[in-house]
Design a protein around this ligand. Structure first.
Ligand SMILES: Cc1cc2nc3c(=O)[nH]c(=O)nc-3n(C[C@H](O)[C@H](O)[C@H](O)COP(=O)(O)OP(=O)(O)OC[C@H]3O[C@@H](n4cnc5c(N)ncnc54)[C@H](O)[C@@H]3O)c2cc1C
Length: 465
């Protein structure tokens, strides 16, 4: 049993144990099937606290989890019996509006960042959910509403500050410790605890955005994908084929019927945006059309702290045509889940203009990302059945792109982590891991085990900023 007696007095931040009233909320993560009880949750106040917790974890041989927004599908932000480094107090946002850059704390959420930058008509792209932490999404890559216009989140990362396994605070950027900076852009939490991140911002103020809900037929799904692929880079789409939820804007008689529920953002001139979304509106009479000129920040509405019990399968694909659309509809119809969905994100644009080896996210040429998901009730059905369903549909949609997105992987074993980091990316990440975390202190993540350190890569003790 870990004692907090040695740890707590040394930290500026708060230390929570099972006796504290705030403990249960602090150990709760988004994935509702995860119920882990760490011995200690350290709400760190900054790099010094983090270095102390790392040293304590190493000295006691404790498992160490790092938590930002708590949205890891694997529940990697919490552990059983070990220590959690909780970054939620690191929320500073320092904007240089004229220079269009911002430093943000590693515990800030995507929504809070977007609102703060949005006050100045500026934005960096994150994902589709405001409560996701900028720490986790940035280190995974970051695929969201601006992906075709401004690239992945990591394409806008200019620098980071990180406490590595030796307790040192390092500033990394393209010139300083460039291999580590390469690895951080997609390689997840393998290399240390990122305390601050510096981003490039873009003028993104009024967009044509919102939700378009269409009846789901094979023609509409295939047509939607074709239009999204042909659209200007300003337009990014995230389309879910799913049963229509009982939301106020969906006519009651259509609840439960299959629809394409698409979030869309045209980041550019409003008139051009209206022209760009017109072909989508013309695919079928919309079930609901909530597309309109809006502030970009409205794409991140307030969330009520919801959690989901879900199982999902992430993959990349070259296309979704009529035949695949038929398969999606058939399989969703057969799923016993409370809500089964197939999410399709057409990629390309700015994301694809970056060379595949420029960052540890290597799927630049993949045309689309698909995420097959089942939200289920664990009291009435087995997780393994829904997982088999998700894998089955994914296999039918597989058209030869073997990749996976690290950010949406659950606990799926090394083969799937390797799919996220194909070929040379894996070898290069393993070498950086060997240099900066040779003992694999940071292993509660999509783990890259350290290889034997190559002669060209210095030992962590020799690395200095
Ligand atoms: C509802 C939902 C919607 C999503 N939508 C998108 C989307 O649109 N686009 C997309 O790209 N991804 C999306 N994701 C995936 C998401 O980006 C990743 O799961 C991400 O890792 C979550 O980050 P977090 O900080 O919230 O999670 P956490 O669980 O807190 O962190 C996940 C892991 O990242 C590492 N980590 C986090 N912060 C740090 C840090 N500061 N320093 C070191 N390591 C750190 C740790 O290993 C940690 O265990 C979504 C996930 C969910 C659940």
């Amino acid at each position: 049993m870990l004692s907090t007696r040695r740890l707590a007095p040394d930290l500026k931040g708060q230390v929570l144990t099972p006796q504290d009233s705030a403990y249960d909320e602090a150990r709760t993560v988004f994935a509702a099937h995860i119920d882990r009880r760490p011995a200690v949750i350290a709400r760190v106040a900054g790099p010094d606290d983090i270095a102390r917790v790392i040293a304590y974890a190493r000295a006691t041989g404790s498992e160490l989890a790092v938590r930002s927004g708590g949205h890891s599908p694997a529940g990697h932000g919490v552990c059983d019996g070990g220590i959690v480094i909780d970054l939620s107090a690191l929320r500073a946002f320092e904007l240089d509006a004229a220079g269009r850059t911002a430093w943000a704390g590693g515990g800030l959420t995507a929504g809070a960042f977007t609102v703060a930058a949005g006050e100045h008509g500026l934005a960096t792209g994150f994902g589709d959910t405001g409560s996701v932490g900028i720490g986790g999404i940035t280190l995974a890559g970051g695929i969201g509403f601006l992906v075709r216009k401004h690239g992945l989140t990591i394409d806008n990362l200019l620098a980071a500050e990180i406490v590595t396994a030796d307790g040192r605070l390092r500033r990394v950027d393209p010139e300083t410790e460039p291999e580590l900076f390469w690895a951080l852009r997609g390689g997840g939490g393998n290399f240390g605890v990122v305390t601050r991140l510096k981003y490039r911002l873009h003028p993104v103020d009024t967009v044509v955005g919102g939700l378009l809900c269409l009846p789901a037929t094979p023609e509409v799904i295939a047509g939607f994908v074709a239009e999204a692929d042909a659209a200007p880079d300003e337009l990014s789409t995230i389309a879910n084929v799913m049963p229509a939820p009982p939301l106020p804007f969906v006519p009651e008689e259509l609840h439960g019927g299959l629809v394409v529920m698409a979030k869309m953002v045209y980041a550019g001139d409003v008139e051009a945006g209206e022209r760009a979304v017109a072909p989508f509106r013309a695919l079928a009479k919309p079930v609901a059309d909530l597309l309109r000129p809006m502030k970009y920040t409205e794409m991140y509405p307030d969330e009520q702290g919801y959690r989901l019990t879900a199982v999902a399968n992430t993959m990349f694909a070259g296309g979704v045509g009529f035949r695949q659309a038929e398969t999606i509809l058939e399989r969703i119809g057969q799923s016993p889940a409370t809500m089964a969905a197939c999410e399709i994100r057409v990629l390309g644009g700015a994301m694809a203009h970056v060379p595949a080896d420029a960052t540890a996210f290597a799927h630049r040429q993949s045309r689309m990302m698909i995420n097959v998901a089942a939200i289920y009730d664990p009291s009435t059905s087995e997780r393994s059945d829904h997982a088999a369903w998700a894998r089955g549909l994914s296999a039918e949609l597989d058209d030869g792109d073997p990749g996976a997105y690290a950010g949406l992987l659950a606990d799926e074993g090394e083969e799937r982590v390797r799919a996220a980091y194909p070929g040379a990316t894996w070898e290069r990440l393993a070498a950086v891991k060997a240099a900066y975390d040779p003992d694999n202190v940071f292993r509660l993540n999509q783990n890259i085990r350290p290889t034997r350190r190559p002669a060209s890569m210095p030992h962590i003790d020799d690395l200095s900023s």
